[in-house]
Design a protein around this ligand. Structure first.
Ligand code: ASP
Length: 357
């Protein structure tokens, strides 16, 4: 019996020694933790986007650029305040997105684009990196702040995703005040739809590339808003809210409310929010792919984001971008379009706001 115990002990020692060879370290790294971002207690950070697309300096007036910069700053500062005061990353994400949803500058909430039938159909989702709980809604027409309803689906229902009339019924039961659909009307988005219709094309008709020649049309295509945050407790959260694509038909749903495509958060890797050509982002499972490249392959957040946004998405023919943050407070703001409205604030409160490449 003693001999057996000794043999077991020797075997265990050999196994342990074996684990220290470089080769086995690589295996460990590729299966998980070794290069997973180090969590620094008390650290926090927040990153936002207001859509990616053909956003070129030459097409932008100074006053419009200032308006974007100011709104991005206002939104991210709100989230940062919440995090600095010890609030949760989920609270920071939704409060930040609310500010962008209430602004006509972005394709979400008040500034949502029009469908072919001249209505506005909104999609949104949130995910909590600690519990992997998530909530999403699609095709709602009377919810002022879709991100709040997505959160209510996560917190107050046993479901992950609700759509259309049913989602609005759930909203009413939860005490949401429904707005008249005319709330979402903006002249800019309405004219954008008319211009596209005049061209007798749809932005979903990918055989007709003329839809992508006009920068204004392209710009109005990707204006989704998103936010990712790390709170002082080390928890990650992500959220995304959109009006989808101008001239969409047939109750088309994009990537924004799809967990894993438009939104993903996992404390083991990172939190991601996407913006771009939704069909491709769904097919590439963009947000989840970035997270698992970190978790399974040990990539850094920057490497993982580049792999998906600069290689996988364009290889399929799509374009767009993401923002992401990990538990170490490392961030990525990656896009393969001309520009992406984006901003970052770290623990120290230093602010970066950018629009172009
Ligand atoms: N990703 C969104 C969609 O396809 C569009 C956007 O990012 O603006 O619905």
């Amino acid at each position: 019996m003693k001999k057996f115990t000794l043999a077991c002990f020797a075997y265990t020692v050999l196994l342990l020694i074996g684990c220290n060879t470089p080769e086995s370290q690589n295996t460990a790294a590729s299966t998980n933790k070794i290069s997973s971002p180090t969590y620094e207690p008390g650290s926090f950070g927040i990153v936002i986007h207001g859509g990616a697309g053909t956003i070129l300096k030459k097409n932008m007036s100074d006053s419009l650029e200032t308006a974007y910069r100011e709104k991005l700053t206002e939104a991210i500062s709100r989230g940062h305040e919440i995090l600095a005061a010890g609030g949760s990353s989920m609270d920071a994400v939704t409060a930040t997105i609310n500010i962008m949803e209430d602004s006509p500058l972005f394709n979400a909430g008040k500034g949502a684009v029009f469908t072919h039938d001249q209505t506005n159909e909104l999609d949104a989702s949130v995910m909590d990196g600690a519990s992997l709980n998530a909530g999403a809604i699609s095709g709602v027409t009377r919810i002022k702040n879709p991100i709040d309803l997505a959160r209510a689906v996560m917190d107050k229902s046993e479901h992950v995703m609700l759509s259309g009339v049913g989602a609005e019924q759930f909203a009413e039961e939860q005490g949401f005040a429904l707005v008249d659909p005319s709330y979402f009307y903006t002249k800019r988005r309405f004219e954008s739809l008319q211009r596209i219709k005049e061209r007798e094309t749809t932005e979903l008709d990918h055989d007709d590339k003329t839809a992508f020649v006009d920068p204004f049309i392209k710009e109005s295509k990707f204006g989704t808003v998103g936010c990712v945050a790390l709170d002082k407790s080390g928890n990650l959260a992500a959220g995304t809210s959109t009006g989808g694509m101008t001239n969409k038909r047939y109750n088309r749903i994009g990537d924004a409310p799809i967990i894993g495509a438009g939104t993903y958060a996992n404390n083991a890797s990172c939190a991601v929010s996407s913006t771009g050509w939704g069909e491709y982002f769904i097919r590439a499972m963009v947000a989840h792919d970035i997270a698992v490249l970190m978790e399974y392959k040990g990539m850094s957040i920057q490497e993982a984001a580049q792999e998906v946004i600069q290689k996988k998405v364009p290889a399929l023919g799509g374009d767009g971008g993401i923002v992401a943050i990990d538990r170490g407070g490392n961030i990525a703001m990656e896009f393969n379009t001309a520009g992406m409205y984006r901003a970052h604030m770290n623990k120290e409160g230093s602010l970066t706001v950018k629009i172009y490449k």
